[in-house]
Design a protein around this ligand. Sequence first.
Ligand SMILES: [Zn+2]
Length: 441
Amino acid sequence: MSETERGRRGPIDGGEAALRIVTGHVVTPVGGPSGEVLDLERGAVAVRDGRILAVGEAAEVLTRYPEGPVEPHGESLVVPGFVDCHVHYSQMNMIASPGLELLEWLRNYTFPAEARFADASHCAEAADFFTEQLIAQGVTTACVYPTVHPGSVHALFRSARAKGLRLITGKVCMDRNAPEHLLDTPERAYEQSLELLEAWHGRGRLEYALTPRFAPTSSPRQLELLGRLAEEHPDVVIQTHLAESLPECGWVGELFPDEDDYTAVYERYGLVRERSVFGHAIHLSDGELDRLAAARASLAHCPTSNLFLGSGLFEFGRLRRRGLRIGLGSDVGAGTNLSPLASLNEAYKVSRMVGEPIGPFEALRLATLAGAEALGRADRVGSLEPGKDADLVVLDPWATPVLGRRADHAESTAELLFALMMLGDDRSVRAVYVAGEKAKR
Ligand SMILES: [Zn+2]
């Protein structure tokens, strides 16, 4: 077995991956535009070699695969592994730092925390803590910001590989408007990004993302060189921030006076395309949304962060109607919880505030298949369908007293799911299977 294969399976159980049947109340979005959901109260998922073999009624699946050991999860929900489309692993030490608007918050909390990633041992420890917490929350695919330090990227890829996670990340590029010790240069950003991309992209479940932090911290020359790299590697993800707060939008206007709007800055340098993932996207005109949609770009909806920093309200309904691909992001450390259930809780409330409430099945899709689509990996993850990676999360609706009491009175799967989203967190995550291996017991 190659190192990559070993990494993909993870060291969790050791030995060869065998057939396994996971039973429970299976709920999963399915591919296609219909927005359909498969809801099997007595369902089962058969997995082997990290892939899903079959999904169906438990009786049927067990007849088809009588030899498989069964892992019964009773009435708990079996859903696809969650997808976090936007999160900063470098910000775990300053999560829940209060009281500031985005730009001040970056200066006062974020940059000092990120400076510590110059130290390789800090990177390794932080990466292991972070990947462990992703699994604890049921997140099996994540698109992550490290720091400007190449060591922060190596550490995160190594840790994700050891745990078998599907993970996309890449060196943060910043050559202005940040503390001197956190700056690179246009050329260094290009060279280091390329070196990391060649070292990690496509190894097992790992992929590279070109990562200019956001327009204010990259010079035109840096964006130009990253655009060149994007052109040379059309299959990699591009991740950055876009129109998160009004002061930020105003600042971008001053820094790039020749561009018509914020989106045009990224367009100018070839950074808007399929698999470009823009965090936040709150303050955008209809014209910008249409251009983003036409380019098949994606947005990461980060509700806990947007509320915490007072950045604004994401208009999920309006944006989706314009044809945008939208995934869910925790955006920790401005986001206040790594739990996708907690993010969905706030996403629901934001959707109420803008007058178009998200339903429970739509919310489940947002945290799973829609995220996979936003990252361009719906062929591999995001739903429980044969052939996809066997990333499964088991959610226990009786994990806490209040949730359990509500679950006892739920009259439909939709009600049960909704209760989990409003009242659940990592305590509700009873088990997690990462590429078929049980990673949280
Ligand atoms: Zn962010």
